[in-house]
Design a binder for this molecule. Structure first.
Ligand code: GUN
Length: 283
């Protein structure tokens, strides 16, 4: 058996086209563009690449992009003051502070300073609480993109056994909440899980978000399962995911590649969250 390769790049492109059409309607009705402010602190090359592509995608969707670059040694108070300014700016519907921040800055303090109703990353504890209690809020972009791919692939997820490997606030925990909301039976596994292979073997859906190259082996996968690989690991041979792709693709029903799977979904969902925010704010 050979798995269906889930084309996240094509799905994300389609989503971005639909968003662009909705943005045009918003602009016609509201007389302004939805606006996304992205803050980059320091010169980390990977972060600079992400921020540039977020800005380009924002403009391509017809929205306003506000980029703020601060030096690596910026004081915490100065960064918080910028967040306050963006919170108060009516042209800004979404605020994203690119992580990781330099070590002297307190990421939690910065994340919690963002107005939860402009927190298009969904990282604010208020939004994590809203997700956990079923209230409307913002959901982190990567896990929401994964659920979109899963529903596109499988339709109704009710009753399926899902294993999420990884317990980060950004991916693992919100992913588990979203799958629970879809009525899956959800297991959260992590680096301390005993006998991970037998936990994975039971799963109809496997979401790997541990950040360890090719850690999930093909022989762990239940035949026909759907595998979503969130990992992006740079190795001597290039980019690889958290899943042994060749091994898993020979048993899975469907699998996301790395690159070209989950990655492109993150920016598309960020644009979606920004448009949703603009719509809510125009009310
Ligand atoms: N760093 C890597 N991915 C992300 C993301 O989705 N949002 C933010 N704010 N920082 C990141």
């Amino acid at each position: 058996m050979s798995a269906n390769i889930i084309d996240g790049k094509a799905f994300a492109l389609g989503l971005r086209e639909r968003i662009a059409a909705q943005v045009a309607n918003f602009v016609a009705a509201a007389g302004r563009k939805p606006g996304l402010a992205v803050v980059l602190v320091g010169e980390d090359p990977a972060s600079a690449v992400y921020v540039r592509s977020k800005g380009k995608a924002t403009v391509a969707a017809g929205m306003a992009s506000f980029e703020h670059r601060l030096p690596a040694d910026v004081a915490q108070d100065e960064l918080l003051a910028l967040v306050d300014t963006l919170n108060a700016d009516p042209a800004v519907d979404g605020i994203l502070v690119q992580l990781p921040l330099p070590g002297h800055l307190d990421e939690l303090a910065v994340t919690t300073r963002i107005d939860p109703d402009k927190d298009v990353d969904g990282f604010h504890p208020v939004n994590a609480g809203r997700l956990a209690t079923g209230l409307e809020g913002f959901v982190p972009c990567t896990p929401l993109g994964c659920v979109m791919l899963l529903k596109d692939q499988l339709g109704d997820l009710t009753g399926l056994d899902a294993v999420v490997i990884g317990r980060s606030n950004i991916v693992g925990k919100p992913m588990a909440q979203l799958l629970l909301k879809e009525s899956c039976t959800v297991t959260i596994a992590h680096s301390r899980t005993r006998d991970l292979s037998s936990v994975v073997k039971r799963a109809d859906i496997v979401v790997a978000a541990v950040g360890r190259a090719e850690m999930v082996k093909g022989e762990w996968i239940k035949p026909g399962a759907t595998v979503i690989d969130v990992g992006i690991n740079r190795t001597a041979t290039g980019l690889v995911g958290d899943v042994d792709f060749a091994g898993a693709a020979s048993v899975a029903g469907a699998i996301t590649p790395v690159p070209g799977g989950v990655g492109p979904m993150t920016i598309a969902v960020l644009l979606r969250n920004t448009l949703v925010s603009a719509g809510r704010r125009e009310g």
